[in-house]
Ligand binder design. Structure first.
Ligand code: NAP
Ligand code: HSE
Length: 446
């Protein structure tokens, strides 16, 4: 039984009729019977906002909907109850969402970039206006992680999150691993298949995954971890050579988004006061042992592992992008609005989310994979090992291969646990000592 006694169709203003927007229009028709059975109402698109009204569209405009290039048409129409923002980008999207909330409309969006970079102001406005702001599709597409953290795991204390949050990067790394192709060729394939953002630098430089991680941190801990403060490293220029060496050690390279509560020693706090939430969080390529579930996540798929104090470990896996998978998550949000659910936008009762304390990335501890290109001369292995030993780094395994002469020979190390500070210190020593033919490559090992 729903609290909703409304039977008139829920009126939607759809801003954006691209990959996800047109998928939503299709699903509203294909699943109309399910929508009515689950909500007791129909959902009707009243107007569709696009940039270019003359563009040919593969999906027909929904029956009864007007095509417009004027955002005011959507926010001023009294028959529109909900704005669905599927335009992407920051400024125009922020403008129309803000106006819609000001005009008393609920909002559904898939825009992780906007929510990560300026979401707190929008949550504040939605709270003031007592409107719903839902965003299931903004993290991991079809995988229902937003509601899982906000509702299903609300009774848990989340300890850590670790996931593959960008399908484009995962596709590139999977293809490089399976076929041995180089980065540029794999990126071209991903773009042809349509996974990549309009600006693929967001994908390959780790920013798309970072946007999603900021949202996950808010949902898991009710804490603000400013996007600009997040440590972000992507996969641009990843060498097929490192993927091959990682395989020899039994690992796959994945782009990982991770956030975890800092170990006790890293938590600052005044004596007697409750310790502030202190998080270690970032996006980085890492070696994942082939026996881990995350290592087996292939192609454009996404996955998230959550460790929580009551539930224990949970693993979510599915399509993180694509027209219908993403539109299905948008539709579920719309159906929640149609059922007249109360706003629960952040999942936390406090009006403002407190800022998390941040563990500096230089202090993170993990084992490392390191590849250096050196001259094939007597003593070079001793010298490189000496640089590591000088920073207290202990080597666990090593591979040396014959090189082509021109670029030197690769020496590849797997270390025991150390800090990022010690690792960069060791590599600085090696560079300063003239030992490196090209900049060293190093990745964390999970
Ligand atoms: P898209 O295919 O590029 O479509 C964007 C649509 O918005 C187009 O119809 C475009 O109009 C319209 N638009 C863009 N800027 C506009 C403006 N200033 N004024 C009016 N209309 C404007 O984008 P998408 O892939 O569907 O992504 C939409 C959102 O969903 C983004 O925030 C994205 O990050 C998020 N998302 C996407 C996926 C995915 O798989 N694609 C998955 C999860 C989340 P024209 O058609 O006239 O150009
Ligand atoms: N470009 C994104 C990805 C789309 O590759 O995962 C979904 O957010």
């Amino acid at each position: 039984m729903t609290r909703n006694s409304e039977t008139r169709p829920l009126g939607v203003g759809l801003a954006g009729f691209g990959t996800v927007g047109s998928g939503l229009a299709r699903l509203l028709t294909d699943n109309a019977d399910i929508i009515r059975r689950r909500t007791g109402r129909d959902i009707a698109i009243r107007a569709v906002l696009v940039r270019d009204a003359t563009k040919a569209r593969e999906v027909p405009l929904p029956a009864g909907a007007e095509l417009t290039t004027d955002p005011a048409r959507l926010v001023n129409d009294p028959d529109i109850d909900v704005l669905v923002e599927l335009m992407g980008g920051i400024d125009a999207a922020r403008g129309i969402i803000g106006e819609a909330l000001e005009h008393g409309k609920h909002v559904v969006t898939a825009n992780k970039a906007l929510l990560a970079e300026d979401g707190l102001a929008l949550f504040r406005l939605a709270r003031k206006k007592r409107r719903i702001l839902r965003y299931e599709a903004s993290v991991a597409g079809a995988i229902p992680v937003v509601e899982a953290l906000k509702e299903c795991l609300a009774g848990n204390r989340v300890e850590s999150l670790m996931g593959i949050l960008n399908g484009t990067s995962n596709y590139i790394l999977s293809e490089m691993t399976a076929s041995g192709i180089e980065f540029g060729e794999a990126l071209r394939q991903a773009q042809e298949l349509g996974f990549a953002e309009a600006d693929p630098t967001l994908d390959i430089d780790g920013h798309d995954a970072a946007h999603k991680l900021v949202l996950l941190i808010r949902l898991a801990w009710g804490a603000d971890y400013p996007y600009a403060a997040l440590s972000v490293r992507g996969i641009r220029g990843m060498a097929a050579l490192d993927i091959r060496f990682a395989r020899e050690f039994g690992y796959r390279i994945k782009l990982i988004g991770q956030a975890r509560m800092a170990p006790a020693g890293n938590t600052e706090g005044k004596p007697g006061a409750p310790a502030p939430l202190c998080l270690e969080a970032g996006v980085f390529p890492a070696l994942v042992h082939h026996t881990y579930l995350l290592a087996r996540v292939g192609g454009a798929y996404n996955a998230l592992r959550v460790d929580a104090n009551a539930a224990g470990p949970l693993f979510f896996h599915g399509r993180g992008a694509g027209s219908l998978p993403t539109a299905g998550a948008v539709l579920a949000d719309l159906m929640a609005v149609a059922r007249d659910e109360r706003p629960n936008n952040t999942g936390f009762a406090e009006p403002e989310l407190a800022r998390a304390a941040i563990v500096p990335p230089e202090d993170w501890r993990s084992p490392y994979y390191v590849r250096v290109m050196v001259d094939d001369t007597p003593g070079v292995l001793r010298d490189i090992s000496g640089c590591m030993a000088a920073e207290g780094i202990s080597v666990a395994q090593m591979i040396q291969k014959a090189g082509d002469g021109a670029s030197g020979v690769p020496l590849v190390f797997m270390t025991h646990e150390t800090t990022a500070r010690a690792m960069s210190g060791a590599l600085r020593r090696a560079a300063d000592g003239g030992l490196l033919r090209e900049p060293a490559v190093y990745y964390r090992v999970l």
